[in-house]
Design a protein around this ligand. Structure first.
Ligand code: PMP
Length: 298
């Protein structure tokens, strides 16, 4: 069990650094009642040189801004100042490798009008590998990802995560580690909190943007594929195609790169240790730690 804060924890709220136990919010807010809020999930690492670095800080805070814009939450914050605040939160809490959670939320308002102002919170805590280190036993969820015509699905909005909670909980109740969600058309979409890649005949495939949250880790994996000469294609594919994959992995800031053992009880043909996913798992780790990575040629 992780505890997210204690009596010494300091957080950042609207320009101030406060004790988590003393910071207050309003119980009449639109965010609490309607899920009308936006958040980010970011990781800080201690690099090979011993420096604390927030990985892709700019990309995450830019997405925070975009997420707000997409659902009309005013974003009057300066992202450079927020990045400095995130570093300060790490420092004040003596955190090195940590998970950072910015949250933009709205003040009291019980109407369904768009917010006219917003608050920002940045907190951080130590968080190990979100989906563990073991290969995942994944279950195809009975829940689909939301219809992009019903929601701004590319916005990392709080309300959207009820869908993720339902899917993840269903998988766990059925004895699996994690869920896989299809989109409303029946194509493979993503996990409750991660994007997916599969390997077949020396090439990787991943769903294109449109019905998924286009993750920052996904973008990093694509970048690494280009650098390492791993062929990659973004395309729509069905569950039947995924079942024929040689290996599969999830990736996300919290989960990093994590391989699958099986889908609905059926394992994949390639041992994880020999998969392209494993190469990318190591390359990703090297990237976040600012360590050089050379791909071993088999
Ligand atoms: N899809 C969903 C639904 C997510 O919640 C996340 C986690 N933010 C991801 C994908 C992966 O995104 P990222 O790599 O930016 O963390």
């Amino acid at each position: 069990m992780y505890s997210y804060y204690n009596e010494n924890t300091i957080l950042y709220l609207n320009g101030e650094y406060l004790k988590a136990t003393e910071a207050k919010t309003d119980l009449y807010g639109q965010s609490l009642h309607y899920g009308y809020a936006v958040f980010e999930g970011i990781r800080a690492y201690k690099t090979e040189k011993g420096e604390i670095r927030i990985f892709k800080a700019r990309e995450h805070f830019d997405r925070l801004r975009r997420s707000c814009e997409l659902i009309h939450i005013p974003y009057k914050f300066d992202n450079e100042a927020l990045i400095s605040a995130a570093y300060k939160v790490l420092e004040l809490n003596n955190l090195e490798e940590a998970y950072i959670r910015p949250l933009v939320f709205c003040p009291p308002n019980m109407t369904l009008k768009a917010a006219s102002e917003a608050h920002i919170l940045i907190c951080a805590w130590e968080w190990g590998a979100y989906l563990g280190e073991q290969l995942l036993r994944v279950m195809t969820s009975s829940f689909q990802r939301p219809n992009p015509n019903a929601f701004r699905i590319e916005s990392k909005s709080a309300g959207l995560y009820v869908n993720s909670i339902m899917a993840s909980q269903e998988a766990k109740q059925n004895g699996y580690d994690e869920a896989l969600l299809l989109d409303m058309r029946g194509y493979v979409a993503e996990g409750p909190g991660a994007n997916l890649f599969y390997e077949k005949h020396g090439k990787l495939y991943t769903p294109p943007p449109g019905h998924i949250l286009p993750g920052i880790t996904r973008a990093t994996v694509i970048e690494l594929c280009h650098e390492l000469g791993i062929p990659l294609e973004e395309k729509l594919f069905t569950l039947e195609e995924l079942r024929q994959a040689e290996s599969v992995f999830y990736c996300g800031t919290a989960a990093e790169v994590i391989g699958w053992e099986s889908l609905d009880g059926q394992s994949f043909s390639k041992p994880w240790a020999e998969s392209l996913g494993k190469v990318l798992q190591q390359a990703y780790k090297a990237r976040v730690l600012e360590r050089e990575f050379k791909r071993k040629v088999a």
